[in-house]
Write a protein that binds this ligand. Sequence first.
Ligand code: SAH
Ligand code: SF4
Ligand code: F3S
Length: 472
Amino acid sequence: MMNKRVYIKTVGCQMNVLDSEMVIADLRRHGYTVVESPNDADCLLYNTCSVREHAEEKIYSALGKIRTQKERHPEKLIGVMGCMAQKDQEIVFKRAPFVDMVVGPGQLHAIPGLIDKVRAGEGRQMAVSLSRNEGSQAVIARSHETFDPLRDPSMRPTPFQAYLRIQIGCDKFCTYCVVPNTRGPEQGRLPEQIIAEARTLADQGCREITLLGQTVNSYKFRHDDGAVTDMAALLEQLHPIDGIERIKFVTNYPKDMTERLLRTIGELPKVSPYLHVPAQSGSDDVLRRMKRGYTIADYMEMFERIEHWLPEASVSSDFIVGFSGETEDEFQKTIKLVERCRFKNSFIFQYSVRPGTKAAERLPDDVPREVKARRNNELLAVQDAISKEDNYKFIGQTVRVLVEGLSKKASKDPEAHVVQMTGRTHCDRIVVFDGNRRQAGEFLDIQIDDVSCHTLVGRVRTVDVVTIGDVS
Ligand code: SAH
Ligand code: SF4
Ligand code: F3S
C-alpha cells in the first residue's frame, strides 16, 4: 500500500524490543507492512535508548546517515521514539532538523495518528507526556491498558519466546540513572491483564515468557478492596497456563528479593532459577553515592538467601565502573564482590553522565576515561575467568535446552543439513550444538563436551538403544 512501508530500528533494553513489537502490531492494524531496509521505507522509526551517552550517539549517527535520503525524498517520514525522545524532546529537532516526529515511551499508542497528522501537513509532531493519572492503582492501571495487549508474533526475537511487561517505569532514582525520567513513575500492571496476555502468548505458540520490569521483583498491585498481588502471587497465577513452559523475569532489585519470593520460585518448576540482580558496586560508599538503598552486607545477606532457597540458581549482575569519586580501593571492593559471589556473568559499564540525573547535578565525573576503561577490562577478566571455571562443571553433564535457532557461527548455506544451533538452559546458559533448523522451538537434552566463558558446547543426546532381551 502507498505510504505504508515502515522500517524500525531498535536499540536499548528488552523494554524497547517489546515496545517496537507493539508499535509494529499497531501499525500493521493500520495497514502498514514492515520492510528491512530504510531505502524501501516510507516511514522510518528509531526506537532509542538514553541509558549511556554511547547509545544516544549511535542513534544520532544513524539519523545523520539518512539525512541525504530525506533531502532527496522529503515525503519520507522520520520518527524518533523511546527513551531518548523523552529525554531530548525539542533537542532531537535541533540536532536532527529533518525529524518529523518525536514520541516518548508513554505515548507510543499515538504513533499512527501522529503519522497521519504529519502527512496531512500539520507539521512536526511531538508527544512526550508521562503524567500520572489520578485515582487508585486499579484506575490508573486500566487507563494504561490500551497499548500493551497489542502483540505481533512476527516481531519477536523468536516465535516461541516473548516479553511480557508487568511493570512500567521506576521510582528508585539511583543517582546515575536516566530511566525514571524517561519511563516515568513505577506502576504495576493489572494482574488479570498480565494473565490474559500470557494466555494470548501461549495460544500464539510461546513456550517461554520473560516478565519485564525495571525492578521486576518489586512488583505489587493493590486492588480496590485492599488486597495485594505481589511478584510471588503473580508467578503462582501464571504458572498453570498451558503451553507456557518457562517463565523468566528481569531485572531484580536486591532489596526486594524476599524469602517468600525465593521459596515460591523454588516451588514452581516452570520458573527459571535464574536471577539477574545487579549489585552495581562492591563498595558501600559508592553504593551510597549511587543511592542504591542497600549495603554490601545487605547484598550478601540476599545472596545467601538465594543460595539457601535456590541452591541450583544462577545469579548475574551489572556493574558500573568509574562512578563519581570511585577510588582504586573502592574498585577493588567490586572485584572482591565478584570473587565472592561468582556470578554466572556480569554486564560491566563505564559510568556515563546523564543530564537530568542527581549525579549529573551534584557529583563530578572525575574518574579519567583511561581509568574507567582499565577497570572495565580488569573486572571483565575476573568475571570471565570465573564464568569459564564454573562452566567446566558442565562438561559431561546433560542439560535441557530450549532451542532458539541458528547460532551466530551457523552456516549460511540454506542447503546445509547439519547446522550449529543455539539455545538456553533453565539457568539462562547459552548452549550451542550441531543440529538442524527444525529443532528451533523444541526442548532438547544436550550433552556438554566443551565450554568457554559464555557458551557450553555439546551434542544432542540420543536415547540409549536397548537390545531386546537386555531389559534388566
Ligand atoms: N532497572 C535495572 C537496570 C536499568 S539500566 C536495574 O535497576 O538494575 C541497565 C544497567 O545500565 C544498569 O544496571 C547499570 O549498570 C547501567 N547504567 C545505568 N545508568 C548508567 C550510567 N549513567 N552509566 C553507565 N551505566 C549505567
Ligand atoms: Fe535506574 Fe535504579 Fe531504576 Fe534501575 S532501579 S532503572 S538503575 S533508577
Ligand atoms: Fe535504555 Fe530506556 Fe531501556 S534508557 S535501557 S531503553 S528503559
